[in-house]
Design a protein around this ligand. Structure first.
Ligand SMILES: Cc1ncc(COP(=O)(O)O)c(C=O)c1O
Length: 393
């Protein structure tokens, strides 16, 4: 059976949730799913071929990130990379207590590990964000001046819900000056923003393949040479003893090819996506009253548009759009049966009502102007219908 997203008439506007696998990525993976089955740790020809595929992929990831190959460690995705960076750096510090600094607009794959450390007695300080979702480097400076026991700072590079881009290099320079490690979750930034770790003071950076047209279940963590991180999966000597477990060769070949393509297409993709995103916003805001853009107007990802529609439940809009053949996501999450407004929008000061009226559209390479125009027309129809239903009761 074909997946719904593969249906040619559907309009997929949820690329921050996941991207389709690029056919060229699939081609790079297939040899390692049939035929090339060797264990990369084996020294025979089958094993050496698999090892060579991993080495090639590592070179591609390193090139996209402007890092050295030996600073790239393959993982099962963004969640594992974040967990490894946070738990690994804290464990390696040898401290049973101390402070951690982050933001309220992190993905749960950062917030929950930090909350677990907090439950174990570490202090967690969250920087404030402005109404666009951006942190202020001066606040980090002040916080570091106030606390001399900070073990780690973790700040997301670009937010998955609203697309806000943080001043990561500036924040990292402040950390470097104080000798404090900084990790960044770059899962949404990689492939969309240029990253050059050789010129950046960031110590650790997470990426995930399925956000950049690669497969699910493959990711990587950049760990700058000399940064002390304790492995969290113990076993064999894989990934230079940083992450035990026989390598997902096909997934790694996939993330390698995805990174190679992302590096080649970053600039052209960025221009195309920001034009499409603006077309979507202009179409909606030009024809509908009561629409609010959530996120930073200047510092945001070219593919992400988060909009609150007054008088409409985001979840209802999403379900109606799905029925009309449009895939997007809402700004609320179902927690124990009730719709919780997004923690990101709440931290930005968006009211609970507008946070529940939020929908995220995240665009990708295959979207066209025609698709966006159809989506605008459909969204307007559905929003007007939902508003009229609401006011007719
Ligand atoms: C910003 C961010 N961090 C981490 C993750 C988790 O990545 P993965 O799905 O590869 O575990 C996601 C995925 O939604 C994300 O958007």
């Amino acid at each position: 059976m074909n997946s719904p997203a593969a249906h040619k008439d559907r309009i997929y506007l949820d690329h921050n949730a996941t991207t389709p696998v690029d056919p060229r990525v699939l081609d790079a993976m297939l040899p390692w799913l049939h035929g090339g089955f060797g264990n990369p740790s084996s020294i025979h020809a089958e094993g050496r071929a698999a090892r060579a595929a991993i080495d090639r992929a590592r070179a591609h990831v390193a090139r996209l990130l402007g890092a050295d190959e030996e600073e790239i460690f393959f993982t099962s995705g963004g969640t594992e990379s974040n967990n490894l960076a946070i738990f690994g750096a804290v464990e390696a510090s040898g401290m049973a207590g101390g402070a951690l600094i982050s933001t309220p607009v992190e993905h749960h794959a950062v917030l929950r590990p930090l909350r677990r450390l907090q439950a174990k007695g570490f202090d967690l300080h969250l920087l404030g964000v402005d109404s666009g979702g951006r942190v202020d480097p001066d606040e980090l400076e002040q916080m570091l001046a106030l606390h001399d026991d900070v073990l780690l700072v973790s700040v997301i590079s670009a937010n998955n819900e609203v697309g806000t881009v943080q001043p990561i290099d500036e924040l990292a320079a402040i950390c470097r000056a104080r000798g404090v490690y900084i990790h960044t979750d770059a899962v949404q930034a990689a492939g969309k923003l240029p990253i050059k770790l050789a010129d950046s003071p960031v110590d650790m950076l997470s990426i995930s393949a399925h956000k950049l047209y690669g497969p699910k279940g493959a990711g990587a963590l950049f760990i700058r040479r000399g940064t002390k991180v304790s492995p969290q999966l113990l076993g064999g000597s894989h990934e230079r003893k940083m992450r035990a477990g026989t390598e997902n060769v096909a997934g790694i070949a996939g993330i390698g090819e995805a990174c190679r393509l992302a590096g080649e297409e970053l600039e052209s993709g960025d221009k195309k996506l920001s034009a499409l995103r603006d077309r979507l916003w202009n179409g909606l805001s030009g024809k509908l009253e009561g629409v609010h853009l959530n996120g930073h107007r200047q510092y945001r990802l070219s593919n992400t548009l988060n909009v609150s529609f007054e008088g409409v439940e985001g979840e209802a809009l999403l379900l109606n759009l799905d029925l009309a053949g449009i895939a997007c996501s809402s700004g609320s999450a179902c927690a124990s049966g009730s719709l919780e407004p997004s923690h990101v929008l709440t931290a930005m000061g968006v009211s609970p009502t507008l946070a529940q009226a939020a929908v995220r559209f995240s665009l990708g390479h295959s979207n066209s102007e025609e698709q966006l125009d159809s989506a605008v027309a459909e969204i307007i129809t559905v929003v007007n219908r939902l508003r009229s239903l609401r006011f007719s009761f």
